[in-house]
Design a binder for this molecule. Sequence first.
Ligand code: ATP
Ligand code: MG
Length: 277
Amino acid sequence: MSLSIVKENTEMQLNVNNNVTTAQASNKLVFDTKDLNLWYGNTHALKDINLQINEKEVTAIIGPSGCGKSTYLKTLNRMVELVPTVRTTGEIMYKGKSILDKSFKVEDLRTHVGMVFQKPNPFPKSIYDNIAYGPRIHGIRNKKILDEIVEKSLRGAYIWDEVKDRLKENAYGLSGGQQQRLCIARTLAIEPDVILMDEPTSALDPKSTLKIEDLVQELKKDYSIIIVTHNMQQAARISDRTAFFLDGEVVEFDVTDTIFTNPADKRTEDYISGRFG
Ligand SMILES: Nc1ncnc2c1ncn2[C@@H]1O[C@H](COP(=O)(O)OP(=O)(O)OP(=O)(O)O)[C@@H](O)[C@H]1O
Ligand SMILES: [Mg+2]
């Protein structure tokens, strides 16, 4: 069974009771976060978060260190559950279904919501096996299908031409920028709807950074992307909407142009003009 069939079946189940409302005009929501609070023990890391993430857009999350950006991202694929002291209240709807509900299987969620981290983290395996890893976990054994998934994913992450003649070599032999695109390809191989990116270019040189930024622009035709960045120019260049987080709260969330040219809140203006953070 190919992965897309697995995925379609899961989606059909998910879409039962789908009562997604529209965000603005005709945009469809992929995530709707309602009154989300999160504590690590006594640390109140997310406070009454209400955010609507549109499908097939790039949403940037900006804000100073420690304001809760990574925490918010990790609630969207429930990675935050790995921390034993975590407690949450409120709701996150993914296409109309509540994902914080324990009846929503985390394995299903992660086939829809992939994640790319700050530091490229390829497995100590060949380039080919890095990409085939997720599909194999989903039970795909057929070599021809795997070959197709590997090529399609590497092409999708704009790295195919650089690696097609060295698929059997260890991924650690790639440059940092290539490793990050390999990790994006690995995410694409599970055919997600959403790609979460936590400062994906902060460890990369300017040239590799631009490659990833171009790639994000291409990917948003097919995927919804949420990207955390400390780089204001990057948020302004590549995102459709921007959320400004401060001390666990969303101070302002609007179309990116407005956030950067005419923010409603003085704290947003102070942050984007470099007065703090
Ligand atoms: N595993 C954890 N256990 C306890 N507290 C945590 C944990 N992870 C994060 N925190 C706390 O939650 C708050 C938000 O952290 P988070 O990592 O989400 O910030 P961030 O905005 O991503 O920061 P940065 O820009 O530095 O990556 C901080 O006060 C942090 O110390
Ligand atoms: Mg972070």
